[in-house]
Design a protein around this ligand. Structure first.
Ligand code: BTN
Length: 283
């Protein structure tokens, strides 16, 4: 009984009768995810693991071994989940979606920022469909709900002599994570919507949306991507402070360039183009 309970089965003792199964474990099972999946490439090959250091490590290993495009690795928990800029990504067991997708885009390195933006748009659209809440996107790819982070995206790649071998897009989404298990300043779908979600359905919706938006990227429909990103942006027209390895600048985010860079107008009127960095919205 203890063993079943530890696997997530809810078992209630009924006086004089015995035990009743009152809840099934909330587990990600590959066959269940595949059963209702609408996408053809993204998630066709899906590996579900219980505990990993980081799904990025697993996906990278598979990418190096030549796995097919759209291979997805997900885990119930990660012991060393990582975010952008060396940050930690908390992965409470069976509460969120933590996964990495291997893509093999035929894009020059200088267009890869668009891949990150398209992933944010795809994720936001899927969350809106599955969760009936409309997240905003903080540049470049944090998904926020009421200024609190719901999800983050990490893009890592393998390139040889300016040629992209493969890209790993890692997504962490707080789904049924209760308030006491999210990092300060963060949120979850459950906190935002006030109800729990079926993680498999949310996952399927994200994988289909990723396939749709990735298709646009491959067809060079860059304007569709940047327009959709701008429509959901919580960064544009805001005053911000951006920090990157070259230093810190303050100004107003005036636009998104066609290659996915952020255009910031400093108080002097000079417009600076940034492809990476960490931003703090000032008002
Ligand atoms: C960020 O907000 O800085 C990006 C967070 C990315 C987290 C996901 S969880 C799945 C994948 N594995 C990781 O170790 N990181 C990404």
């Amino acid at each position: 009984m203890q063993e079943l309970r530890s696997q997530g089965y809810e078992i209630t003792a009924v006086p004089h009768l015995g035990y009743q199964l009152t809840g099934l474990p909330d587990k990600l099972l590959a066959f269940e995810i595949k059963a209702g999946l609408k996408s053809k490439t993204v998630g066709k090959n899906i590996i579900v693991m219980d505990t990993v250091t980081s799904t990025m490590d697993e996906a990278f290993r598979l990418g190096m071994e030549g796995c097919c495009e759209g291979t997805v690795v997900c885990a119930e928990t990660q012991t060393k989940g990582r975010g952008r800029l060396g940050r930690v990504w908390l992965s409470p067991k069976s509460k969120g979606l933590y996964f990495s997708v291997v893509l093999r885009p035929t894009l020059p390195l200088n267009q890869l920022a668009l891949l990150t933006l398209m992933s944010a748009v795809a994720l936001a659209e899927a969350i809106e469909e599955a969760g009936r809440i409309k997240p905003s996107i903080k540049w470049p790819n944090d998904l926020l709900w009421e200024d609190r982070k719901l999800a983050g995206i990490l893009t890592e790649l393998r390139a040889e002599s300016d040629q992209v071998k493969f890209v790993v897009v890692g997504i962490g989404l707080n789904v049924n994570t209760p308030a006491h298990q999210v990092i300060a300043g963060a949120s979850s779908l459950k906190i935002a919507a006030g109800r729990s979600f079926n993680r498999v359905e949310v996952f399927q919706s994200i994988l289909s949306s990723l396939e749709k938006w990735y298709g646009k990227l491959l067809h060079r429909d860059f304007l569709d991507i940047t327009e959709a990103w701008k429509e959901r942006s919580s960064t544009l027209n805001k005053r911000l402070r951006l920090t990157d390895p070259t230093g810190t600048i303050e100004g107003e985010a005036v636009d998104l360039d066609e290659d996915g860079s952020l255009l910031i107008r400093k108080d002097s009127g000079v417009i600076i183009k940034k492809t990476a960095g960490d931003i703090l919205l000032l008002r």
